[in-house]
Design a protein around this ligand. Structure first.
Ligand code: SF4
Ligand code: SF4
Length: 430
């Protein structure tokens, strides 16, 4: 969906006055609970504290609940730990009176989703606790129009029937960096509910538009809410986060917290702040915060539990280098950066020593910008939309993203041509 800048500005103005009438996101609390490890007993204690801090002890009674983990691959720290899922299932089943429990997600394709649900043991362990596990690529879908607040990038979202029919969703992201979008947390984790991800990358080549679309998914899920309370509760795993080359090949970095609440933007404000980032830089956060009248100011969040969150901020948390150039906040407001960005392009690099020519990246590139030619993978840089899906899907950490001055080359060519012409004119005609 291509939109004019004027339309976007008008929409931003309109949505400031369009809070969903069902509940006030701004008033929702953010619970922060200390959790040092993934020991089942410690997890249960932390999850129970969250339910108490958010006054949710009776909230789930008689309801159906779907847990939405982050299933990316089966590498350690790329997916929501089984212990966190099973711990919550046990509490819901044995203490919270939940009627039925489901777990569901999708990653790149139907087959890869089944593969990683199995290899991560999420399927086996959740089913052993009595939860039904869904691969959303196999789901029927319902068209949900986004009405209140109005859509920002997509008018309608096609959601899995299981998401629409379940009373409550517990969104369980892992706090990680993302080489293409800097950060992945509460709002981005809901992308796993879509079945047409590759198409969405093509429609929203522009990173701002893509991030606003992520917010639309969140509001589409709330449109399916049949109660007068919020439908999506987020419990974010910030026990061991991921820094550097996230979301798959970064390094684990311990923070030691669970973060929970009903406003996904509030959770991401907290999550990105713990990475020592400025939430104003990320359009996914600002888009949802604006639409829920939530100030993008951590000091204005109602924090319960570990109120001393600043003690947990990691000053040297390694964020992708893309941050400084692709950010939509301070980086883009600073004129020299805006000018420099005109000349830069992300370069996807393949490490030939690590590449096994499995072609997984080729098959998942939304822009068909990759191909296998003899004994190497080649990239058509003119087609590349800088989404980093290839890096997310590569099983061998063979893909990295760097910034190169591709765009400056034509300008330099013209500049040197003009200088040469000027010299010729001075030497021969003056
Ligand atoms: S080459 Fe990689 S970054 Fe470029 S469009 Fe394809 S998947 Fe996206
Ligand atoms: S997914 Fe990774 S290993 Fe497979 S062909 Fe692409 S770069 Fe090589």
């Amino acid at each position: 969906m291509v939109e004019s800048k004027e339309m976007n500005i008008q929409r931003e103005v309109d949505i400031k006055h369009a809070i969903p009438p069902k509940f006030d996101y701004k008033k929702e609390k953010v619970a922060i609970v200390k959790l040092d490890d993934y020991e089942p007993e410690n997890i249960k204690g932390a999850l129970k504290s969250i339910l108490e801090l958010l006054d949710l002890t009776d909230y789930f009674n008689g309801k159906t609940v779907l847990l939405k983990p982050n299933v990316l691959t089966s590498n350690e720290h790329t997916f929501t730990p089984c212990e966190l899922l099973t711990g919550l299932i046990q509490i819901f089943k044995n203490e919270a009176g939940v009627k039925e429990i489901f777990v569901g997600d999708s990653t790149f394709t139907k087959n890869l989703t089944s593969h990683y649900l199995k290899k991560s043991k999420i399927k086996e362990k959740c089913e052993a606790e009595g939860a039904q596990v869904f691969n959303f690529f196999e789901s029927e879908r319902e068209k949900i129009d986004i009405i209140n607040p109005p859509y920002s990038a997509e008018e309608s979202i096609y959601l899995p029937k299981e998401i629409c029919d379940t009373d409550l969703i517990v969104n369980m992201p892992k706090l990680k960096t993302h080489t293409g979008y800097v950060y992945t947390g509460a709002i981005k984790n809901l992308y796993g509910t879509l079945g047409n991800k590759q198409k969405m990358h093509i429609i929203h080549k522009n990173k701002d538009s893509f991030q606003r679309m992520l917010g639309d998914i969140y509001f589409a899920i709330e449109e399916t809410n049949k109660t007068d309370k919020p439908k999506v509760l987020t419990i974010m795993d910030a026990v061991v986060a991921m820094e550097g080359k996230g979301p798959q090949f970064g390094k684990p970095r311990k923070i030691g917290l669970l973060i929970a609440g009903f406003n996904s933007a509030a959770i991401d404000i907290m999550g990105y702040t713990l990475m020592n980032g400025d939430p104003n830089d990320l359009k996914a956060i600002t888009s949802v915060a604006n639409r829920t009248n939530l100030p993008i100011d951590i000091s204005q969040l109602e924090i319960v539990g570990e109120k001393n969150y600043s003690d947990y901020i990691i000053d040297d948390f390694k964020k992708p280098k893309i941050k400084t150039l692709k950010g939509t906040g301070y980086a883009m407001k600073w004129m020299p950066i805006r000018l420099v960005k005109l000349f830069l392009k992300m370069s996807i690099k393949i490490n030939k020593k690590k590449c096994t020519l499995c072609e997984q990246c080729v098959n998942h590139c939304p822009a068909s910008a990759m191909a296998k030619k003899k004994d190497k993978i080649i990239i058509d840089r003119n087609k590349c939309i800088e989404c980093f899906c290839c890096g997310e899907t590569c099983p061998n950490d063979a893909i990295s993203a760097k910034w190169y001055i591709f765009r400056i080359a034509p300008y330099l060519f013209v500049l040197f041509g003009l200088i040469a012409l000027a010299i010729i004119w001075v030497v021969f005609f003056l």
